[in-house]
Design a protein around this ligand. Structure first.
Ligand code: PGA
Length: 242
């Protein structure tokens, strides 16, 4: 919930003209619902994808204030964030709800970016893998191998989001490996290896390179540091050279 429409439009126009297509990097942005249509128009054919930050799980109905998967698909989004920690913890979203949202997204060919992550006390109690496994198991219940090909997974330790505390690159890599192992067991090696697993949580220009240098980290989900174009471009640059 950042930037005005005017600032957001200027941001994407500059982003579009600054990105070097030879970087071979997949880049997307996730604006608030009300800006999606305008931003999708600016970024059409740019190679930069646009994702919504949330959807409801039902196709349509009496859900005042909610937005469906088809609505965001219709205006040009290709992806949607599902299960971001702020949705889980500030708005009480359960794994069952998140699972239904993933199915809703897939039903209209919207690619879900599923966010998972442990809280600080869970990490301190040595429960990180238990928590991540449970989230993946519940959130992906009933998702078959064919559907799983469309997923992006984001590992976002809750204690690192917006706090300035980044997971050590090795700590993040360990969890990414654990996620890949889970996906391999569920969907087989080929699918598991083809999926992007991104890291998110206080990513900034100073740590983007070392995070991306980890073998199991395929990408970054950037919050605060993506709001200023200059720092976002530096992160893209660091990611491209890894
Ligand atoms: P942050 O946010 O980069 O500001 O920690 C990450 C996120 O919201 O996913």
């Amino acid at each position: 919930m950042n930037l005005t429409l005017e600032d957001g439009m200027e941001f994407v126009k500059l982003l579009k003209s600054s990105l070097n297509r030879e970087n071979e990097i997949v880049c997307g942005i996730c604006p608030p619902f009300v800006f999606l249509r305008d931003i999708c128009r600016v970024l059409e054919s740019s190679g930069i994808f646009v994702a919504a930050q949330n959807i409801h799980s039902d196709k349509n109905g009496a859900y005042t204030g909610e937005v469906s998967a088809l609505m965001v698909k219709e205006i040009g989004c290709t992806h949607v964030l599902i299960g971001h920690s702020e949705r889980r913890h500030l708005f009480g979203e359960t794994d069952a709800f998140i699972n239904a949202k993933i199915k809703a997204a897939l039903s209209v060919n919207l690619k879900p970016i599923l966010c998972v992550g442990e809280k600080l006390n869970e990490r301190e109690e040595g429960k990180t893998e238990y928590v991540i496994k449970n989230q993946l198991k519940e959130d992906l219940r009933g998702i078959n191998a064919n559907q799983a090909k469309e997923l992006v997974i984001a590992y976002e330790p809750v204690w690192a989001i917006g706090t300035g505390k980044t997971a050590l690159p090795e700590q993040a890599n360990e969890v990414h490996l654990f996620i890949r192992t889970f996906l391999t067991a569920e969907y087989g090696k080929d699918i598991a290896n083809s999926l992007y697993i991104q890291y998110g949580g206080s990513v900034k220009p100073e740590n983007a390179g070392e995070l991306m240098a980890q073998p199991a980290i395929d990408g970054l989900l950037v919050g605060g540091a993506s709001i200023k174009l200059e720092s976002f471009l530096k992160i893209i640059e660091a990611a491209s050279s890894n």
